[in-house]
Design a binder for this molecule. Structure first.
Ligand code: NAP
Length: 323
């Protein structure tokens, strides 16, 4: 029988890449979208799949809508990618962030438990949960958590609730602890896309400056198109488990800037970057770097796109869009 998947967060960055992968594997894909007067299908259109998804209307803060969707679709797999995912906004909108990122997950887990207990569940957990807990080293599945933002705290609740539903009710519930992953369809508020878009605009004479916060922060950046394969692999295992998905390398925002500007032939990049203290966060995370050996050994997953290639891919896509 044809497998079915419900993806929440279908209009974001990861949703479209995952949907494309599942469609290639002959899944029927349901995508949860919120009620909008004018929904934005741009990311799905970028990947050429907007008309191949069956859209269902719901909201992570509306339990009844999630119950109805689970009852109606009875999916083989649920990928919960929906979130208020911008760490910066989570201080300004901490209640909303908690409702979507924590309670929304509880609602969907309860809906699965009650109406579709054979459904396999994937939760989009995040390296932000580690916070500054292991700044000297590399984070593994055993590293303790010390979340440093309302976003990360809400995600940690969801992480444990996912484990709890597995342990309490025997549901198949997996956490992917994903480190930062980017792509040409990353939201423009995120620093990598802000840079790729800004660099493309500067190259084309449409702008002169990019305003950024702390450019010394280091992150472990991979390619979203690659990371969604790990999500799928997690749900194809005999047993549900938690896996780190990362490249194992970390690079600073400054490195990202250097490569992006160099790629368009601008060497004096500092004169185009303004450090704006307004973009600094109440609590910063300095370094995140993940060890994905478990994903490599068990899932046979490896990160394929290198950092430099990722930066260039993003700048090229923004140049093409703007031209
Ligand atoms: P994204 O681009 O911000 O997409 C998030 C999606 O969630 C959007 O489509 C958004 O819908 C949807 N959403 C937000 N609030 C909702 C609500 N109340 N009800 C229904 N849908 C709602 O995020 P992403 O980069 O694809 O990331 C996917 C998931 O992985 C997120 O949970 C994120 O926190 C997590 N994660 C991401 C990274 C990363 O580096 N990208 C790393 C670790 C974990 P609208 O389009 O309607 O706004």
């Amino acid at each position: 029988m044809k497998k079915t998947a419900l993806i929440t967060g279908i209009l974001g960055q990861d949703g479209p890449y995952l949907a494309k992968l599942l469609l290639e594997k002959d899944y029927k894909v349901y995508g949860l979208i919120r009620r909008y007067s004018n929904p934005n299908f741009e990311n799905l259109e970028f990947l050429g799949i907007s008309d191949r998804i069956e859209y269902v209307s719901g909201d992570m803060t509306d339990e009844a809508s999630l119950i109805n969707i689970i009852k109606l679709t009875q999916p083989t797999e649920v990928y919960n990618l929906a979130a208020q995912s911008f760490v910066g906004s989570s201080w300004d909108q901490s209640k909303l962030t908690t409702e979507v990122n924590s309670l929304g997950v509880l609602y969907i887990l309860n809906a699965i438990k009650l109406f579709s207990p054979l459904t396999k569940f994937y939760q989009a957990s995040t390296s932000e949960m580690f916070g500054n807990s292991s700044n000297e080293g590399i984070q593994t599945e055993e590293t303790s958590f010390h979340p440093r933002s309302p976003y990360a705290i809400a995600k940690l609740y969801a992480y444990w609730m996912t484990i709890n539903f597995k342990e309490s009710y025997g549901l198949f519930c997996a956490n992917g602890i994903l480190f930062n992953h980017e792509s040409p369809i990353r939201g423009k508020e995120f620093v990598t896309r802000k840079i790729s878009d800004g660099v493309a605009k500067i190259k084309l004479g449409l702008s002169d400056k990019i305003r950024l916060g702390n450019i010394d922060s280091k992150r472990d950046w991979g390619f979203a198109g690659n990371y969604v394969e790990a999500m799928w692999l997690m749900l194809q295992q005999e047993k549900a488990d938690n896996y780190i998905v990362s490249t194992g390398e970390s690079h600073s925002i400054k490195n990202f800037l250097e490569i992006a500007f160099d790629h368009v032939g601008i060497s004096d990049w500092e004169k185009h970057v303004t450090i704006d203290p307004n973009f600094k966060r109440p609590a910063e995370l300095h370094v995140l770097q993940g060890k994905s050996d478990k994903a490599k050994n068990v899932l046979k997953w490896i990160p394929k796109v290198k950092f430099e290639e990722l930066v260039k891919m993003m700048v090229d896509a923004d140049l093409q869009r703007l031209r």
